[in-house]
Design a protein around this ligand. Structure first.
Ligand code: ADP
Ligand code: MG
Length: 274
């Protein structure tokens, strides 16, 4: 068998291929660079047009970029868990209006910078719903950030001492959706600096971007809890312009606990009426 020298056409193709590799590396399109041999094989096998081949190659890079951005948004958001709306058991929480929550999950409230306030006793799923909505926003390509009110206040107070108040305010104003969990948390003594930070963040975001607040204390008791009735009234007005979801159903934590105790009781006393 005689081996013939590569045809000039193949030579120039190899050179083009090398230049293309180099372009992709220079432009840092590493996913496309990695996929290039495979895409080229497919293009040859399926006799794809130049446009179709290019589209296939760039689609690989687009997918990789989107996955990277999503992971970045998720990391940035500091969600305390991976709750999604699909995991929320509406049947177990008759206190929650499913239609309203599904409407919120459409994220239309982000378009008019609406606020959402979840109020209800502990264990009723307030944090879970707030996290699930933040996750839906991240999935849809928005920037979201989760914090507790206590943590926000602490960071703002530290920032004020270190001369970073303005930067910190900009940070809290940046995300399209901010979740402030456990608002109006109980304090051992009045903390006007904490109140000022919470008010400033809510006020600056008002009408610009959405804030979700959860609170186990009804808005009427915020004055006592914050130790500042005027401020509580102002916050109430800002947040009440949004959607208030009052959850007055049973605690899901207690429900799980109750189910476990019932099971145990049935196991210990078979035949006994519940
Ligand atoms: P809250 O913030 O109102 O105190 P959480 O959102 O922290 O309550 O809920 C307490 C626990 O119960 C969490 O583990 C949460 O995932 C779970 N949970 C609460 N409500 C539901 C529900 N309706 N379906 C599924 N899990 C729930
Ligand atoms: Mg909670």
């Amino acid at each position: 068998m005689t081996t013939s020298a590569p045809a000039p056409m193949e030579n120039s193709q190899a050179a083009s291929y090398q230049r293309l590799r180099h372009h992709l590396d220079l432009l840092k399109l590493s996913a496309a660079a990695e996929a290039l041999p495979g895409v080229q094989d497919t293009a040859q096998a399926e006799q794809l047009s130049a446009v179709a081949t290019l589209e296939k190659l760039l689609a690989v890079e687009v997918d990789a970029t989107q996955a990277r951005r999503f992971a970045g948004r998720l990391r940035f958001a500091c969600l305390p868990n991976s709750s999604t709306l699909a995991q929320f058991d509406f049947a177990a929480q008759p206190g929650v209006d499913e239609k309203l929550i599904r409407e919120l999950a459409s994220l239309r409230f982000l378009d008019d910078a609406g606020n959402v306030l979840f109020v209800g006793p502990p264990g009723t799923g307030k944090t879970m719903l707030a996290v699930a909505l933040a996750r839906a926003a991240i999935d849809a390509g928005h920037r979201a950030y989760f914090t507790t009110a206590a943590d926000l206040a602490k960071r703002c107070q530290r920032a004020a001492l270190e001369g970073r108040w303005a930067t910190t305010m900009r940070f809290y104003c940046g995300p399209r959706l901010l979740v402030i969990d456990e608002f109006a948390y109980a304090r051992s003594q009045p903390d006007p600096d904490a109140n000022a930070a919470l008010f400033e963040v809510i006020n600056r975001r008002y009408l610009k971007s959405s804030t979700i607040v959860t609170s186990q204390a009804g808005v009427a008791s915020w004055g006592d809890r914050l130790g500042d009735p005027m401020l509580a009234a102002l916050l109430d007005r800002l947040l009440h312009r949004g959607i208030v979801v009052a959850i007055d159903g049973p605690s899901y934590r207690m429900r799980a606990h109750q189910q476990r105790s019932d099971q145990l009781r049935r196991a210990l006393h078979p035949g006994a009426t519940p």
